[in-house]
Design a protein around this ligand. Structure first.
Ligand code: CTP
Ligand code: MG
Length: 229
């Protein structure tokens, strides 16, 4: 039986958050954002271990209390891009994982992943030959920007989805895909797509928020407090 592992790339600097330190260490609902992202996997019985990829220059990790996370393994092998951090993590965990085991790659910047959505992804993507990702259908009408911030074009939103994480693939396939795709891809699915495969879209919701800008912090805190209540 294949096992399930979580891999959280957390080696970014959080430039758009501009907090003066990496955003994954910002406190939300009484804990670092990264703790919440890791805890979503810690609490799920199907998840064997939770790997986090840190920057080798990370000076914040050691000062925090991670003792409540018993499945945790920290890997100090972050790279210059998200894809590089993920690939380095896949290589570092390779000795402890079988090629057919599932790896769920999840952004440290998504602290509000619910139990229900993780369950749904595990259920639907496990049945799939390729793997799958959480994603949400695009709700807004999309505009392409032209000269002087004027609308050049309206892009039909039919069939368009916003990709989220976790993105769930078998370890060997994902490693091969990222080696093949190079360091520029912004998610795992696009690397797998470049191999000619079509990952499954598993419908999530906007509650699985990505915390990017300062304005996202309040909403993330509210979602987490509501989930605990
Ligand atoms: N990440 C990483 N290694 C990098 C860049 C990003 O592990 N070299 C991780 C981030 O820590 C985050 C996830 O990839 O968990 C998604 O990235 P993003 O939200 O863009 O975070 P940052 O890159 O830190 O933010 P910004 O783009 O604003 O600098
Ligand atoms: Mg980034």
């Amino acid at each position: 039986m294949p096992r399930y592992f979580a891999l959280l790339p957390a080696a970014g600097v959080g430039a758009r958050m501009a907090a003066g330190f990496p955003k994954q260490y910002l406190e939300i609902a009484g804990r670092p954002m990264l703790w919440h992202a890791l805890h979503a996997f810690e609490r799920h019985s199907r998840i064997e271990r939770v790997y986090v990829v840190l920057s080798p220059e990370d000076g914040h990790w050691d000062g925090q209390d991670w003792t409540s996370l018993t499945k945790l393994r920290a890997l100090r092998c972050g790279g210059a891009t998200r894809a590089e951090s993920v690939l380095n993590g896949l290589e570092a965990m390779a000795d402890e994982v079988d090629g057919e085991d599932w790896v769920l790659v999840h952004d440290a910047a998504r602290p509000c992943l619910s139990r229900g959505l993780l369950d749904k992804l595990l259920r639907e993507a496990s049945e799939d030959g390729v793997g799958g990702i959480l994603a949400a259908p695009v709700a807004d009408t999309l505009k392409r920007e032209g000269e002087g911030r004027r609308i050049a074009q309206t892009v039909p939103r039919e069939g368009l989805w916003g990709a989220q994480t976790p993105q769930m693939f078998r370890h060997a396939l994902l490693r091969r895909a990222l080696e093949h795709a190079g360091t520029g891809v912004t998610d795992e699915a696009s690397a797998v797509e470049a191999l000619g495969l079509s990952p499954l879209l598993v419908e999530g919701d906007i509650g699985n928020l990505k915390v990017t800008f300062p304005r996202d912090l309040e909403l993330a805190a509210w979602l987490l407090t509501r989930a605990e209540a």
